[in-house]
Design a protein around this ligand. Structure first.
Ligand code: CO8
Length: 259
């Protein structure tokens, strides 16, 4: 794929690409250009049938230390209002294929928010999560107050956002922010394995499952159940459903085509 300045993007392998945040000298701070490259890479992969799932990592030492504070310092109120970054975040949030995060080291501020945009997160036991924006006189600006509260509940969300304190990988797992904790050297391998497993599943069902699950964040139970029912019904029209059921009956492995 294209050459980028602030991220590395692997070639698709077994249905998976890896995007590595690559600004180690700035602790992978999410500068505008990095977010732009991330959004562009995800957008380009939507119609690429070779790509069924994406792993996002920052490497073994740090996931991301948040928005680039040096860039942010230059923006006044009008600058923040006209900031293009919310549009990059929206594109990441609306990405339809599964994103698996492999998170080691600091995931702070925008880094913690990026982690919350991942559908599944595997954390190294050296990971630290936090929303320290309060120390800068600001608050989380990429969904931190909303997504965090919906996942960890009021008390812990308030604790993180108001105090700026960090929590460990184990605490994050206990609160449902991450699904598994590994040694740091294993988090990427585990995330990649999971992504490859998901890449073998029927893509339309995966896409509708992700959409239905994410809706649970933002809607009533009734509306969510209706959406689930519609997605479930829609899947009855797919070749992959016929193939999945036939393969089960014939005691063989299914071959999904994404149709
Ligand atoms: N932005 C810019 N540069 C950074 C950032 C950052 N967030 N974090 C670290 N760096 C830079 C440092 O300035 C330093 O650069 P230099 O070598 O040129 O002095 C280099 O990275 C190394 O940093 P440290 O020496 O501090 O490294 P340590 O390993 O000692 O500490 C920490 C690492 C704990 C991550 C520390 O750097 C730190 O506290 N960073 C700031 C964390 C933070 O406050 N994050 C929140 C930022 S605000 C935010 O994310 C709001 C998101 C809103 C999004 C809205 C979109 C519309």
């Amino acid at each position: 794929m294209s050459d980028y300045q602030d991220i590395l993007v692997s070639e698709p392998e077994s249905g998976v690409i890896t995007i590595t945040l690559n600004r180690p000298a700035a602790r992978n701070a999410l500068c505008n250009n990095l977010l732009k490259e991330l959004a562009e890479t995800l957008d380009a992969s939507i119609s690429d049938e070779r790509i069924k799932a994406v792993v996002i990592t920052g490497g073994e030492k740090v996931f991301a230390a948040g928005a680039d504070i040096k860039e942010m310092a230059e923006l006044d109120t009008v600058g923040v209002m006209n900031d293009i970054r919310p549009s990059y975040w929206r594109r990441i949030a609306q990405y339809p294929k599964p994103i698996i995060g492999a998170v080691n080291g600091f995931a702070l501020g925008g880094g913690c928010e990026l982690m919350m945009h991942c559908d599944i997160v595997i954390a190294g036991d050296n990971a630290l999560f936090g929303q320290p924006e309060i120390n800068l006189g600001i608050i989380p600006g990429a969904g931190g107050t909303q997504r965090l509260l919906r996942t960890v509940g009021k008390s812990m969300a308030m604790q993180l956002v108001l105090s700026g304190e960090f929590i460990t990988a184990e605490q994050a797992r206990d609160f449902g922010l991450v699904s598994e904790v590994t040694i740091p050297e294993m988090s990427y391998k585990r995330a990649l394995k999971l992504a490859k497993t998901i890449a073998k599943k029927p893509p339309i069902a995966v896409r509708l499952a992700k959409e239905s699950l994410l809706k649970a964040y933002e809607t009533t139970l009734e509306t969510g159940l209706n959406l689930e029912r519609k997605a479930f019904t829609l899947l009855a029209a797919t070749d992959d459903r016929r193939e999945g059921i036939a393969a089960f009956m014939e005691k063989r492995r299914p071959e999904f085509k994404g149709k």
